[in-house]
Design a protein around this ligand. Sequence first.
Ligand code: ADP
Length: 404
Amino acid sequence: MKILVINAGSSSLKYQLIDMADESVIAKGNCERIGIEGGIVTHKLADGRSFVKEQNMTNHTEAFMLVKDALTTGEGKVINELSEVSAIGHRVVQGGAIFSKSVLVDEKVIEDIDSLSTLAPLHNPAHVQGIRAAVSVFGEKVPQAVVFDTSFHATMPEEAYMFAIPYEFYEKYKVRRYGAHGTSHRYVTGRCLELLGKADDPTGTKIINCHLGNGSSLTAVKDGKVIDTSMGLTPLGGFMMGTRSGSLDPSVVTFIAEKENMTPSEMDTMLNKKSGLLGVSGISSDDRDVTAAAKEGDERAILTHKMLRYQIKKFIGAYAAALDGVDAITFTAGIGENQTSHRAEICKGLGYLGVKIDEELNATIHGTEALISTPDSKVKVYVIPTNEELVIARDTKALVEAAN
Ligand code: ADP
């Protein structure tokens, strides 16, 4: 069974074709700049060959046509015809309170995803376009599934997901913590439970996952289920990220809005796009650039790193309290998998929890799975490269098989 995994953004469409026989990636790629000049499609094969085509795409359907061409024609061809694709799995950012698990797509599901657009205005409309475009190119017969970034967090208790504002806003608009990165946290949790030898029965396990990428979130997982996560109503909540502020004293927002006469939308842009690593360092949202500047002695880059590590450490402490202990801490995503000095500095402050890492070993781990804690550490610390596409493909396969 071959499954096509789709991650449709407002101006991009990423894809991976996965062979479920061995869960290998047959081909993957990205259609960028949909709807704007300078469209570009990158198509990569498992053997490392890469093909780049410059072509404008006015909408997602045109992008899907190019995906179809990349998969079925030319030098990068990996299948003879589209019918070899058994099913399509879509990543969806916001499932709100409607979707607590992955589902097969029908018209009602598409409408429900669209109805959640107020909670994810940049993402959900793009996902709807992606699903409709997939139907128009692949036809009605190819089953499609949707996998939500929020659904792994659906097990959070109400004391973790409610905000202390008048209850009417929860009733009227469903304002609450939904979290994000759930698909990544789910993959990493599953793998961590396997490594702990607890995959069959996670009862009693306490895991803290640190997904540190351009967007970042921490999740507290008890018995294999999420009990708290750092992102909130939207991915803006939590701690500082590439360009997002993370959680603030709310009066910072009203104070600056008044002083600078900013509209809600301008404030949204400031907090989502101009803050975080970029806002504090004034250098870049990319941690590699901040690291390079910190090495040169740039004071704001050094402050940025101090803040980042401190904020993550505080969240880990809070989640250890929420979990009443911790068995394992995982690091994943671009920064978590690669930034050895952050891992070392964060763990240094966690000795009181029984965390001890092998610093020499840690310094050698970039993007590969590893246990970086010492044998006598009370808490196991793992680097686990995430794989959201595989979770989407597995869910899609399971849903299609259950429906047959
Ligand atoms: P996204 O959230 O967009 O998926 P990633 O998970 O790719 O982002 O994480 C991007 C972040 O990871 C950037 O800050 C980048 O500097 C950092 N990163 C990615 N690869 C490396 C690397 N090899 N070494 C150090 N940092 C890296």
